[in-house]
Design a protein around this ligand. Structure first.
Ligand code: NAD
Ligand code: MG
Length: 393
């Protein structure tokens, strides 16, 4: 077996850290060819010293200078690339085998697509990229022969529960529906009237998973599950109606597949992203991830509830955007990104997040997602509409 050359987009994030933790456990299998980081340059410098990549990608010239300074005394200094072009270059480099797409948000779309178009093995954490570009993304996977492996724990679970994940169409596989589990987030039992005063720190204190702040807020509003519903439709050729969201507070079952003969297959594990990461990195083999064995006696109970779309309208908004199709999921995603940022900066209340998104969706023109330009135009318009909404209120 030859050593896999790995590019980690978003190396300084939560998924980046879990990925590099798995890599460090298997130096005979994986080498880090390239790393990208955005703002936390101290952390990126530390990672460069530890993993000695050939390239490091940062946003701009000023960041490159700072990183060079931080690495002055390092034994091995990577070549530093800048901007979106730098990200695309490391994702598509012919020497790279596997790309971990772990940038958060729309910023990850172009670099992730570059990896797809170059026919890489693409480990997809950056769900926003697939939500935005859907059909184009999947078409690019087919055209290039890239291997797309889901990192989102739910989608990784579904992938593991499908007999032949690569063959098209759920119906042909005898699948009745996908059961997408959700922890319910930190406010699962919070009464509606108390949601108004929720703070960013409360929203980011997830009961089961430790994650970046954007996805933590998405988990609290259930927009994360909405984005995941759209993600599941593209990954597994499902309709929105074939995906049912199930609240499962223990986060032990990561999702299930319900077959027409009545069989329901589930994937279980401790809530630790190193499991889906190690699965996707080694697939179709299995490697140690460093995650403790599941102790069912310790867990003792598994519970399930229906989601409450009155308190958490984001789930409904995402389903409506999925049903509308075209550029609507990109519009939903962009409005959500602006809303979450405003919430994290204390400029928007928690319960205003779905209000903003609903208003943007209502004013956006439905347009087909015929190419990347159309998708980015929808993204730009949605951000503009969202900023106008913020300024008006
Ligand atoms: P994070 O905030 O911890 O890390 C984000 C990474 O993206 C960082 O390395 C940051 O430098 C980089 N980044 C941010 N803005 C950028 C920009 N404009 N240009 C280039 N790089 C930029 O986020 P995370 O929790 O690691 O999540 C990353 C992705 O994985 C998200 O799409 C998220 O939805 C998905 N995901 C995360 C988890 C999890 O457990 N953390 C689980 C499932 C899916
Ligand atoms: Mg998930």
């Amino acid at each position: 077996m030859s050593v896999q050359q790995l590019c980690v987009l978003g190396a300084t994030g939560s998924i980046g850290a879990s990925t590099l933790d798995v890599v460090a456990q298997h130096p005979e299998r994986y080498e880090v060819f390239a790393l990208s980081g955005h703002r936390r340059l101290n952390e990126l410098a530390e990672l460069c010293c530890r993993f000695r990549p050939v390239y490091a990608a940062v946003p701009d010239e000023a960041s490159a200078r700072q990183l060079r300074l931080l690495l002055e005394d390092a034994e091995s200094i990577p070549e530093i690339l800048i901007g979106e072009g730098g990200l695309e270059a490391i994702a598509a480099d012919p020497r790279v085998d596997t790309v971990m797409a772990a940038i958060v948000g729309a910023a990850g779309l172009k670099p992730t697509l570059a990896a797809v178009k170059a026919g890489k093995r693409v480990l997809l954490a950056n769900k926003e990229a697939l939500v935005m570009s859907g059909a184009l993304f999947i078409e690019a996977v087919r055209a290039s022969g890239a291997t797309l492996l889901p990192i989102d724990s739910e989608h990784n679970a579904i992938f593991q529960c499908l007999a032949d994940p690569a063959s098209p169409g759920l119906t042909r596989k005898g699948v009745r529906r996908i059961l997408l589990t959700a922890s319910g987030g930190p406010f699962r039992q919070t009464p509606a009237e108390q949601l108004i005063g929720v703070t960013p720190d409360q929203a980011c204190a997830h009961p089961k998973w430790s994650m970046g702040r954007k996805i933590s807020v998405d988990s609290a509003t259930l927009m994360n599950k909405g984005l995941e519903l759209i993600e599941a439709c593209w990954l597994f050729e499902a309709t929105p109606e074939q995906v049912e969201v199930v609240i499962h507070p223990q986060s032990v079952i990561h999702s299930l597949v319900d077959y027409v003969d009545g069989s329901v297959l589930a994937q279980l594990g401790n809530p630790d992203m190193r499991t889906p990461i190690a699965h996707a990195m080694a697939w179709p083999e299995r490697i140690d991830s460093g995650v403790a064995a599941l102790d069912l006696f310790d867990i003792a109970r598994l519970e399930f509830e229906r989601p409450d779309e009155e308190r958490f309208p984001c789930l409904r908004l995402a389903r409506e955007a999925a049903q509308a199709g075209g550029c609507m999921p990109a519009t939903l995603n962009a409005a959500n990104e602006v809303a979450v940022e405003a919430f994290l900066e204390g400029r928007l209340g928690f319960t205003e997040i779905p209000q903003l998104i609903e208003s943007v969706l209502a004013s956006a023109e439905p347009r087909p997602a015929k190419d990347l330009a159309a998708i980015f135009a929808a993204d730009t318009t949605a951000r503009q509409l969202a900023r106008e909404w913020l300024a008006r209120r």
